[in-house]
Design a protein around this ligand. Structure first.
Ligand code: PNS
Length: 175
């Protein structure tokens, strides 16, 4: 989908990225092959809950992780994704699909975004190596003192290790 000079394709890859996982990075790397430009769009206030990492931390970890990709940029947005995509002249939204159950909500979101902005969403199937990896699970393992090195890029691991929760639950201790 690399566009001709007259039809450049600028893809917006939105998410909370709290934090960026290896699965996210895989989607970014593949999108960077498919599209002329990829804008990683970090939502300022994730809807799920208070983020573990600040916006600045999330953006910095992504920037370092995508430094090897010349056509990838990182920015943040608040409010409607559809408005942001229009504002940044995006031509397509990219989302990764890990498991079939992701599809239901992603489909509705894609159709809503197309109604709002006339921008389509392209789904990239997750690499099977990362299909079970989510930011939520990574945070749960991390908060309980587990090793997350296999699931996050080095730049993320460094920050996570530096901020390691002060009192991980000792193994084999029941409360
Ligand atoms: O990584 P996440 O948490 O799954 O990302 C969700 C995100 C940021 C893509 C989604 O919550 C979003 O698009 N938020 C912006 C608000 C919006 O536009 N909502 C209407 C979409 S139908």
């Amino acid at each position: 989908m690399n566009g001709s000079p007259s039809t450049p394709h600028s893809a917006v890859y939105p998410g909370s990225f709290d934090p960026l996982t290896r699965g996210h990075l895989d989607v970014i790397e593949r999108a960077a092959q498919l599209f002329d430009h990829v804008l990683v769009a970090v939502v300022v206030n994730p809807q799920k809950r208070e983020p573990l990492f600040t916006l600045d931390e999330r953006e910095a970890m992504i920037r370092e992780s995508v430094a090897h990709l010349g056509n990838v940029e990182v920015d943040h947005f608040r409010g409607l994704l559809a408005d942001f995509v229009r504002h940044r002249a995006g031509t397509v939204i990219v989302k990764g699909l890990r498991v079939v159950s992701d599809f239901e909500s992603e489909m509705a979101t894609a159709l809503m975004n197309r109604s709002l902005s006339a921008v389509d969403t392209v789904f990239l199937p997750s690499d099977p190596r990362w299909s079970f990896v989510s930011s939520t699970l990574v945070k749960e393992v991390y908060n309980l003192g587990g090793d997350v090195a296999a699931f996050v890029p080095p730049a993320v691991l460094r920050v996570m290790q530096a901020n390691r929760p002060p009192h991980p639950v000792p193994p084999n201790v029941s409360s």
